[in-house]
Ligand binder design. Structure first.
Ligand code: ATP
Length: 501
């Protein structure tokens, strides 16, 4: 009926206007007011009625991220993928689950460092379960005005249900990234807006039932699980936690292969070597390495990515872009000796581990040594940590040996050494025995710290003293070339060692 009235109205308006013009009435002000009214009406409609549904308008389209991603397109993370698929089977096999009286799975929490593929996992989950996929980030719910966040949560669930019905799907997956922004521990007081948003999320979760179609599953991600309110983590809410960790070497290789698919690699390029050289990198950083390598290849007018492009890309992702800081020659010499100090100790305690020594400034560093750990480690012995500390102290020890004093260039090395000593103390690997730091005085801690570092510094210096010829052989090349590859360094190292033997 309303359509008929609308059409009559549309036909009537031009007739009325022609009639008024015929009568000699000036219709321009009328037209102007009508246009103003129409645009105001349009704006109110697209905003969902003056903020009454603040999740509407363009925000809605933002949630509609298409999800055409399978678990095969996620490299490594085998354990996390397996756990996730097992949990998702709850959604797929809902009939069996209902028969056994199992409570439906409402929330899944993915935890882990940034860039490890949590968002990818959520998208792949939507594909795996043939669900509608909606995404939002915790920070999107946070507004100055109390109640807006809560209404956005309500809208998100409403839209998920509506889209699933419209697209004829049985399930909808809502992915909330950075859940800690709204799901942090509730403190009351000034936190009212956050509290209301979180309360609304909990209410929506409590309203999910197995029988309801479409079924809704919320996947949330955070890298600060310890910050979350316990109400979110209790059974019936986010009670399945899946850790998405930094990939191991096998995982890194798989990720590199995935992102190399659309990039030409020159013959002989070894992604295995790149995987080895990228210990501690996240999936996002590995994607960055391949992207940067392709950019380096393009800059050199090459048709394919070569191994040196990958090596430079690792440095870029790890340390930042090369800077054009002009260092004075004497400063560059000091940096060269400092870096060689790190490299020589590394080669002595972990043969074959030096991947590259550089004295060109990159990011904040004036020079650096890239290490290539022979194996991924997750458990460290006392000897291993002490060796790591000696590698860190090698730079300062070399400066003392050559110049008779240190510079500010060792600050970062000392920070690393101190953190490793703290780790040793907390793990009961020092003369203090098994302790809680509260049990011992600051004085005792300081004494033990100094004893460990002084002894290791002495050992480091005496090891370097015996390798003076390695310094002599490598220094000139490093100053000239600015980069010394691990292989060249080892050849010089072996030659010097056999000469002095
Ligand atoms: P954040 O915590 O910062 O939101 P995240 O864990 O959600 O990060 P994603 O957004 O899933 O990380 O990953 C970012 C990008 O990194 C992806 O688009 C992809 O290119 C790459 N990536 C990360 N992990 C993987 C992986 N396991 N396999 C393939 N690519 C990956």
């Amino acid at each position: 009926m309303s359509k008929i009235y609308k059409e009559i109205g549309i036909g009537f308006i031009p007739v009325l206007l022609v009639f008024l013009v015929y009568q000699g009435v000036n219709v321009i002000p009328i037209l102007f007011i009508a246009a103003l009214g129409a645009s105001l009406f349009y704006m109110m409609r697209t905003r969902g009625g003056m903020g009454a549904s603040a999740g509407g308008g363009d925000r809605k389209s933002k949630h509609r991220t298409p999800a055409f991603l399978t678990f095969d397109e996620i490299g490594g993370q085998d354990r996390a993928k397996k756990e996730l698929m097992e949990a998702l089977d709850f959604l797929i096999k809902h009939e069996e689950i209902k028969k056994l009286g199992i409570r439906p799975l409402k929330g899944l929490l993915l935890t882990g460092p940034p860039g490890t593929g949590k968002t990818l996992m959520a998208k792949a989950s939507a594909h795996y379960t043939n669900s509608v996929y909606m995404a939002a980030s915790g920070s999107e719910f946070v507004e100055m005005y109390v109640g807006v966040g809560a209404s956005r949560v309500r809208d998100l669930f409403k839209e998920a249900r509506a889209r699933a019905l419209k697209e004829g799907k049985d399930n909808a997956i809502i992915f909330i990234d950075e859940i800690d922004v709204i799901g942090g521990q509730r403190e009351g007081g000034q936190q009212r807006e956050y509290d209301q948003t979180l309360n609304q999320l909990l209410t929506e979760m409590d309203g999910i039932h197995t029988n309801d179609a479409p079924r809704i599953l919320i996947i949330a991600a955070t890298n600060r699980k310890e910050m979350l309110d316990s109400a979110l983590l209790r059974p019936g809410r986010f009670d399945r936690h899946i850790e998405v960790d930094l990939p191991d070497k096998k995982g890194r290789l798989a990720i590199l292969h995935i992102h190399a698919k659309n990039k030409p690699l020159a013959e002989g390029v070894s992604l295995d070597l790149t995987a080895e050289q990228t210990f501690g990198f996240s999936g996002a950083q590995l994607e960055g390495v391949l992207n940067e390598a392709a950019i380096y290849a393009m800059r050199e007018d090459k048709l394919a990515i070569e191994q040196p492009h990958l090596a430079s890309a690792i440095d870029k992702v790890m340390m930042g872009e090369r800077t054009d800081k002009e260092t004075a020659n004497d400063e560059k010499e000091r940096v060269a000796y400092h870096e060689l100090g790190h490299a020589i100790i590394a080669e002595l305690v972990r043969p074959g581990s030096v991947s590259q020594v550089t004295v060109s400034p990159r990011g904040k560093a004036l020079g650096y040594v890239r290490h290539n750990p022979p194996q991924d480690h997750y458990l460290y012995t006392k000897d291993y940590i002490e060796e790591q500390i000696m590698i860190a102290l090698g730079g300062a020890a070399a400066e003392e040996m050559i110049y008779g004093g240190r510079s500010t260039g060792s600050r970062n090395d000392f920070e690393q050494s101190l953190s490793m000593v703290r780790n040793m103390m907390d793990s009961g690997l020092t003369g203090l025995g098994i302790i809680d730091r509260e049990m011992v005085t600051k004085d005792q801690l300081m004494k033990e710290n100094a004893a460990i570092l002084d002894a290791l510094m002495l050992r480091t210096k005496s090891m370097l003293e015996q390798q003076r010829s390695v310094f002599e052989h490598s220094f000139a090349i490093l100053m000239r070339e600015e980069v010394l590859s691990g292989e060249t360094f080892r050849t010089l190292f072996d030659a010097s060692v056999s000469q002095s033997a």
